[in-house]
Design a protein around this ligand. Structure first.
Ligand code: GZL
Length: 342
């Protein structure tokens, strides 16, 4: 028995020595050569967390589609989107969730401009780059985001004044005639609403005969836009122009105007100046309901991907980048609609 025990002890000692020496175990060989790591770094997908405003308008749906079509699994991305239903607090919660998930990039389309410093500070502390698209945030600390790509909303407001000047001229309305205007504003506190409202007001000041009767938010939705337009029509019997800060509110305004027994568009009593220039708005211009549309380009997917590729390659990127935009008149809509990307 003792010999047996002695032999067993010797075998045990040899096995312990072998395991301490790393022989015969089933672990992959440890190598300093990164190409031999267990997972090929190149095949690791890039995890993009997108915090979207909501699904409030045709523009927003086109924006979402652009992001979804860009960040596909086949192209090496893991893409996750949160629809915040136009609630800024839901967006803040979504950002914290993406921080917990340790995404590679957070893309934020901010619902409103205020209140981002704390949560973006948390993303920065977690080492997660934030790319902002579409609307802008108010902050004194530009280190809280890596890049912003979107529209120059104040310029869009200026362009709407020029567009209205051209439409009134084409309708043969003299420069001296009093023009009564109402505005359907977008989501209050959003860059799109702030820029368009302020830009129009600034440039409109040159027209002493233009009178802004009222401004109220339709929150960028068709239903609310129709509701506000109905109240405007009850309050103001002599409206000449509607400035509508997005197409979906314009569609609502058209319904309200027609229900009130009035007409709109190039041959109508009421001129409609809209923003976004989505496909359905071109159809409305062709139908004679909307006079002119100031474009706001939603196709941010490729632009964001370009930023991410540059960052992945260790390149620097522009902090601020504006997208190109145009103005479209009803008379040209039929010849253009077939070429539109959204
Ligand atoms: C503009 C975008 C606005 C659109 C609306 O860049 O933020 O939000 O004008 C959308 O249609 O709801």
């Amino acid at each position: 028995m003792r010999i047996f025990k002695k032999t067993a002890a010797v075998i045990l000692a040899i096995m312990m020595f072998m395991s301490l020496a790393g022989c015969g175990n089933n672990k992959a060989p440890v190598s300093n050569d990164s190409s031999d790591t267990g997972t090929d770094e190149k095949s690791k997908s890039i995890y993009v967390g997108f915090v979207q405003v909501g699904a409030e308008s045709d523009w927003r749906m086109a924006n979402t589609k652009s992001m979804q079509e860009t960040f596909t699994e086949a192209k090496g991305y893991k893409f996750e989107m949160v629809d915040a239903q136009q609630k800024t607090d839901k967006q803040i919660t979504a950002i914290r969730d993406f921080i917990q998930k340790d995404v590679d990039y957070i893309v934020l389309a901010p619902n409103t401009e205020a209140g981002w410093d704390t949560v973006l500070g948390e993303a920065k502390a977690a080492g997660i780059p934030v790319i902002i698209v579409d609307r802008m945030i108010q902050t004194n600390d530009n280190s809280l985001f890596t890049a912003w790509v979107g529209s120059n909303f104040k310029q869009e407001g200026y362009d709407a004044v020029t567009a209205l000047e051209n439409v009134l001229k084409s309708k043969g309305i003299p420069d001296t005639q009093e023009i009564n205007i109402v505005t359907l504003q977008g989501t209050m506190g959003s860059s799109a609403q702030i820029g368009r409202t302020d830009g129009f007001a600034e440039k409109m000041a040159a027209h002493k005969n233009w009178k802004m009767l009222d401004k109220q938010s339709g929150d960028f939705t068709q239903e609310k836009g129709q509701e506000v337009m109905e109240s405007f029509l009850k309050s103001y019997p002599d409206i000449d122009v509607v400035i509508s800060e997005n197409d979906n509110m314009s569609f609502g305004a058209v319904k309200a105007i027609k229900a009130a027994g009035k007409t709109c568009g190039p041959k109508g009593d009421i001129t409609i100046v809209s923003f976004d220039a989505v496909h359905a708005a071109f159809e409305a211009m062709i139908a004679g309901d909307i006079d002119v549309d100031v474009e706001c380009n939603p196709l941010h997917g490729p632009r964001v991907e370009k930023l991410i590729k540059a960052l992945e390659a260790g390149e620097s990127v522009d902090k601020i980048a504006y997208v190109d935009e145009d103005v479209f008149y009803a008379k040209d809509a039929a010849s253009i609609i077939g070429k539109r990307a959204y």
